[in-house]
Design a protein around this ligand. Sequence first.
Ligand code: PMP
Length: 351
Amino acid sequence: MSWEDNVRRVIPYVPGEQPKIDKIIKLNTNENPYPPAPGVLKALEELKEGYDNLRKYPAPACDALEEALSEYYNLPREQLFTGVGSDDVLSMAFLAFFKGEKPVLFPDITYSFYDVWAEVYGIPYKTVPLNENFEINGEDYDIPNGGIVIANPNAPTGIAKSKEWMEQFITRHRDVVVIVDEAYVDFGGESCISLIDKYENLLVTQTFSKSRSLAGLRIGMAFGSKKIIRYLKDVKFSVNSYTMNTPSLVLGSASLKDDEYFREKVSAVIKTREWTKDELKKLGFIMTESKTNFLFASHPERKAEEIMNKLREQGIIVRHFKKPRIDNYLRISIGTDEEMQEMVRVLRTFL
Ligand code: PMP
């Protein structure tokens, strides 16, 4: 017998690299290339004046942020949950809602944290293959299950399902919790938030990390029926009361007050995505129909890994997943116009 026999051994999720060099074009972790809303900077200055407040614990119920979210989404606070990035929110949701013996279902190609949470919490799970076009076939989920997780739009494929399709899907799974991960929805997807009053078992998660340019603050949220949110909060308060720090609560609420800026920057990213897509097509790339802030691209004549390495030599970093079915694809986050022009220029020189 060794102490190591009782260790919970897991293979952790590996996030995209955060290189320490300054002069790179970083297109590997789907961050927003634009700064957060100017109101966030103003709130940051006010935080400086109130720095003595940092002596105190933050508001455990995340008051400032939840009140701002409640106003923004026109939902009562009892239908909102906040956490340290949507990773924290999703992890809590896995812990809270998946304790049955039947497997939790999610696509074989999707956010690669889902299976890691299932493993660490000992949740049985089964991956359901996407079709050859990386689309979800809804009927494949009509099998005994203990819950379902769908990223919509999906990552890293970028493909979105309509709200109508999602609703059809949810109606077939009323007896388990269905989580819809909408990390990228603001870039062209259709949200399922308006369905939460109709389907008590639906939980929708979103994040400030992409469309609100605040990945560094770690803010994520969930929307659901009062009942499902109550269950989620009970589990969260059984793990850690003070998850969100004071600066994140204050700065996150400030970001919600600047809607015009938000819309302007989201549109800018979408416009750049479409431009980049056209340019990559001219270079022979094939791509999915992305509704996110990244493109999922493959070149019929060059290995994805080779392209990634060539870009890297020129200081441009993109993401490659060494996984079955997608190892000849690159996930390219959308940067500024200048960054994407530079990437296209480099690609043109060697393709
Ligand atoms: N869901 C998906 C599909 C993602 O790609 C990410 C980003 N890695 C997240 C959730 C988590 O993002 P965050 O914790 O920054 O909110």
